[in-house]
Design a protein around this ligand. Sequence first.
Ligand code: SF4
Length: 264
Amino acid sequence: MKAKKLAPPQKLTPAKRKLAIEGVPAARAKKIAASEPIAPKIKRGKTAKPLAPARIAAILDALGKTYPNVVCALTHRNAFELTIATALSAQTTDVTVNKVTPELFRLFPTPKKLAAAPLGAIEEIIHPTGFYRAKAKNIKGAAQVLVDKFHSEVPQTIEELIQLPGVARKTANVVLGSWFGIASGVVVDTHVQRISRRLELTRNEEPVKIEQDLMKVIPRDRWIQYSHEVIHHGRQVCIARKPRCADCSLEHECNSADKTWSSH
Ligand code: SF4
């Protein structure tokens, strides 16, 4: 059930804050807050030890319980399809990609067929995903490299995968993690970037540096699932503009300055 929005908790004394959280109606909590303002005690965005192992474990535990068995949202039947679908997902949604890939893979189901496809035909199919000219060129080129260098098989190392046009670390990590089950790194998309920063697991802004930070604090056996879970969390709860903090299973661990509601 969605919690009612309360007055900013930092305006409540600890005892009254506890009451408010435990069931005082929102209107009364608001009155209390208005009548007894106290100086804010919590500095948002400044958790004392944001990388403490116990805190990391609590975050991973909450994510795992909230999003059990979550998987990649891109529709695919094999590593080739996942590679192409992930390359198409830049600057668009998985839903849009899932609308165009059935036709793309119906007509061009193998690297050999996609490499030989007319550029115009690819462009027409993938048009809704945006940047369709560059993407068409990249996926046709990627298919050609698969044929020429990798016997039409998707390779299983980052170093080889990033040789494909349009494939950078993010796409390579998605393919290795989601299809091959190889934890080569942490997928850092816009959701992982935003939420990892809100949770103070990193202070960096560049995806490559964020990935390095996350690889240091998250146990390797959680790298793949962490990304899947956080991407879902970012779509459903910790949305960019107005995070739904009252519905968030990580709320106890979060001191982000972006919070819209807080219990502590
Ligand atoms: S409490 Fe709010 S800002 Fe923090 S992770 Fe949850 S939804 Fe995001």
